[in-house]
Ligand binder design. Structure first.
Ligand code: LMR
Length: 396
């Protein structure tokens, strides 16, 4: 029965990570997959995570099932983290949240829920978007379209083209928006643009679907949730998918959530049952360990304070590396202006070089990035930044 299946090309991101791991050259630099790295090129476990983990292991007396919606403390903690504890949607019991296996699991559940509620809906994604958005949401059966977002020549959001395109959407359509730290381009909407977008969604009856995978990696936990909170205040229905991979460094534990804001508490109860039913049909129940850790950190004043501090360290490091790379490229007289990288946010930016130059960087210089020229700034450190800048200038 499987004889018709053909071999597929490796994943656009995980495939490059695998190539990097195979490379034996001591000069190799990994700017591909979106994981944080410290000055030693290591992806550490946060101290608050280690502490919570120890406490959980000591206190745990059973491994019995938790339930389809996962850890209730985690879910309540995530709602408050995403929306702010006194958000009107929470006060009115209009938010239904379930724990999901990572942000990707959350996107999958949300996609299936949207398809179940409105099978003909169109979901509009930014061009470009995270490479995995398309296959994930397509598997849920959704019709996908793209809206213009990043202007690669000017290195800015083409907000005029974006809104002109979204004006064509109508009631029941969905627009997927990156909550902050746009993956892959690093260009984020301003508060004023969020407000205009919320007004457009309200007028056209469009439902925002916000992917908030990097809360805390741009400005701070509250500022990074500005758009999601605003949308949830002004619109009757909003879907928010969050990930704890990056802001808690819980990557392999697969921790995420799906929150759906509904127009009233009764609808919200119906949505909650459907979220659980969709999840049960896909993976039954989410893994416990990572969400138990994040839930504990969110609810313990000491661990939470420690987390906020550690997360600030992650954010400041990445933002600092942006300026460092730009300065190193300028010092070498790079024949292009890369200063836009310093203004972008989150882990990623496009270098804006060709596929051939990307391949040359990989094969000749052992510097790995996505074929689109997306780099993960967190892969840079003081020991490799000169080599990275030399290599980029060499292929320009
Ligand atoms: C990335 O974009 O590199 C990360 O979100 C990791 C992944 O799963 O793609």
């Amino acid at each position: 029965m499987f004889e018709k299946l053909e071999s597929l090309a490796p994943d656009a991101i995980i495939g490059i990570m695998a190539l990097f791991r195979e490379d034996q050259d001591p000069r190799k630099v990994d700017l591909s997959v979106g994981v944080f790295q410290d000055e030693q090129g290591h992806t550490p476990v946060m101290a608050c995570v280690k502490q919570a983990e120890r406490e959980i292991i000591d206190a745990q007396t059973t491994k019995t099932y938790v339930g389809i919606a996962g850890n209730a403390d985690f879910n309540r903690g995530m709602e408050a983290l995403l929306l702010g504890a006194d958000h009107p949607a929470l006060r009115d019991a209009r938010v239904a949240t379930i724990q999901s296996p990572g942000g990707s699991g959350g996107l999958c559940v949300a996609g299936h829920l949207i398809h179940r509620a409105a099978p003909d809906t169109r979901v509009c994604l930014s061009n470009p978007s995270w490479p995995n958005h398309l296959p994930l949401l397509r598997l849920a059966g959704l019709k996908l379209e793209l809206y213009p977002y990043y202007d690669p020549a000017k290195h800015v959001i083409d907000f005029g083209a974006m809104t002109a395109c979204l004006e064509n959407l109508g009631h029941g359509d969905v627009v997927l928006i990156h909550g902050c730290c746009h993956n892959p381009c690093g260009a984020d909407l301003s508060p004023d643009q969020w407000r205009q977008l919320a007004e457009l969604c309200e007028r056209r009856g469009v439902t925002p679907f916000i992917d908030l995978a990097y809360q805390g990696l741009s400005e701070d936990l509250d500022a990074d949730a500005y758009g999601a909170r605003l949308m949830a205040e002004l619109l009757p229905e909003v879907v928010i998918v969050a990930s704890c991979s990056k802001n808690f460094g819980l990557y392999r534990e697969r921790v995420g959530s799906v929150s759906v804001i509904s127009s009233n508490a009764e609808r919200s109860r119906a949505v909650a049952t459907n979220l659980a039913n969709v999840a049960r049909g896909i993976y039954s129940m989410p893994p416990d360990h990572g969400a138990a850790i994040a839930g504990r950190v969110l609810h313990s004043p000491e661990l939470r304070a420690q987390w906020v501090e550690e997360l600030a360290g992650v954010r400041n490091r990445i933002n600092g590396l942006r300026g460092l790379l730009v300065a190193k490229l300028a010092e070498r007289g790079a024949p292009r202006d890369f200063s836009f990288i310093a203004n972008e946010r989150g882990m990623f930016s496009f270098l804006g070089i060709s596929k051939e130059q990307v391949v040359r960087l990989r094969e000749e210089f052992h510097v790995y990035m996505l074929e689109s020229s997306r780099i993960n700034l967190a892969g840079i450190n003081n020991a490799n930044v000169d080599y990275v800048a030399d290599s980029i200038v060499a292929v320009l």
